[in-house]
Design a protein around this ligand. Structure first.
Ligand code: OMP
Length: 272
């Protein structure tokens, strides 16, 4: 999917919501455990209930890989089931020496046919390049993460008094364009989103941390909005576990709808 196509979907659906598909056998409704593929049945119901309110889905690979071969089967079925007008993010946080990254890229872009993958920038340019060689596909580089541990390294200052996350941004912006690189910027670091926006004025940001981790929609907009919207805001647990009873999909749909409602008002206010 191209940037123009993604923006078109945001304008049509009046939403920039990304629904995180992080299914956990211990949390999904018990009645689903009787089905042949509980993870896929859960995702299918969540997708059916939320697809009109979001422009992206982000399955986090950890929740599938931990189940072995059957988890990969559920993951593949989930990617195949997501409507083609919805942007897909394989949240895999990969990145390795070039020859290995090439194989990661093949897995996520060819086998799963994901539109994008989250990548760790730690190993540098040659670890990211193989992902950027695919047309109409995206790399979503970790810039500033939402967790407490982000303070361990991401804010370390170099000899020019610049934080590591800023150096990562400055350097990696040259590896691709705003048509194939997005950045992960955690919702919990709202005041720093503005810093990232200054350095990357045109790139889309994937912003996780809304809902369960306490991020605020208004803050994200205030600090991260650009004139193309430039934001995909993710919520996983806050939507998919709105209920663990028979009405789980309906409740997930209601939460997604209420976030979409707020986003639609913001898009109207911004004349977007
Ligand atoms: P919830 O907290 O349940 O909404 O889930 C957040 C999702 O975003 C999980 O899949 C996380 O692994 C992911 N995530 C973060 O929470 N923080 C980050 O800094 C980066 C990610 C990510 O790359 O998506």
């Amino acid at each position: 999917m191209t940037k123009t196509e993604l923006i078109e979907q945001i304008q049509i659906k009046r939403s920039f919501l990304c629904v995180g598909l992080d299914p956990d056998l211990k949390k999904i409704p018990r009645f689903l455990l009787k089905s042949e593929d509980p993870i896929f049945e859960f995702n299918k119901a969540i997708i059916d209930a939320t697809k009109d309110y979001c422009v992206a889905y982000k399955p986090n690979i950890a929740f599938y890989e931990c189940l072995g071969p059957s988890g990969w089967e559920s993951l593949k079925k989930t990617f195949d089931y997501i409507p083609k007008n919805i942007f897909t993010i394989a949240d895999a946080k990969r990145g390795d020496i070039g020859n290995t990254s090439k194989h990661y890229a093949e897995t996520f872009f060819s086998f799963l046919n994901a539109n994008s993958i989250t990548v760790s920038p730690y190993m540098g340019e040659d670890s990211v390049k193989p992902f950027l060689e695919y047309k109409r596909k995206w790399v979503i580089l970790l810039a500033l993460t939402s967790n407490k541990g982000s303070l361990d390294f991401q804010f370390i200052k170099d000899s020019n008094n610049q934080e590591l996350y800023k150096s990562i941004l400055e350097k990696s912006l040259k590896w691709g364009t705003d048509e194939n690189i997005m950045y992960v910027v955690g919702a919990t670091r709202s005041e720093n989103i503005a810093e990232v926006r200054k350095l990357a004025p045109k790139n889309f940001f994937l912003v996780p941390g809304l809902g369960s981790q306490g991020g605020s929609l208004n803050d994200i907009i205030n600090y991260g909005w650009n004139d193309e919207c430039g934001l995909l805001i993710n919520s996983s647990r806050g939507i998919i576990y709105a209920s663990n009873k028979n009405d789980f999909a309906e409740k997930a749909g209601l939460i997604a709808k209420s976030i979409q409602n707020r986003m639609s008002k913001i898009l109207d206010e911004k004349n977007f």
